[in-house]
Design a protein around this ligand. Sequence first.
Ligand code: FMN
Length: 179
Amino acid sequence: MKISKAIEERRSIRKFTSQTVDRSILLSLIRAGALAPSASNAQFWRFIVADNQDLVRKLDLYCPGMSGKPTAIIVIASDLEEVASKGSKNSIEYGCMMDASMAAENIILQALEFGLGTCVIKSYNDGAVRKLLGIPDTLRIEILISVGYPDGEPRERKRKDLDQILQWNGWNTSDTEGK
Ligand SMILES: Cc1cc2nc3c(=O)[nH]c(=O)nc-3n(C[C@H](O)[C@H](O)[C@H](O)COP(=O)(O)O)c2cc1C
């Protein structure tokens, strides 16, 4: 799949069929995530994948932001012990989260090639997710991604016009060519 097509077609999916996702495919998604750029190439990220259906259902219960019964859930966390030994204050404050977001984007785009739908989830109960997956305090959960085969069409896409968000050669300049 061409990158431009993947970017154009990706939508947050909030309704999934009951078809489970092969572990080999989930592995490809994680490989894609781990190929994302990270600050100083530190790769503080850790990936925890839930594909046991009982576990996925339980996790789902503690994620108010998750909808549509996904069949797999990917948790991206940061290893705070490694950050403490090799990272900086910036890594803790925002670097790890940005790296996790980069990995997440790779994962959700790669998923399209397998006909999968995904949704990035920030609304979850950290304590419950931690407990269900045995995630220690040394890992900070950054983001979750629900994964599954889409059931139906996603919502209509809404985006701001480029006029509202793009400026050339500085903010509030008179350079409007290409607008
Ligand atoms: C950091 C982040 C957190 C998000 N958290 C949630 C969430 O908890 N629940 C949800 O349904 N969607 C969540 N989303 C998905 C956004 O709502 C979605 O990307 C946005 O509405 C644009 O729609 P699109 O992804 O289909 O283009 C999140 C997206 C991002 C980037």
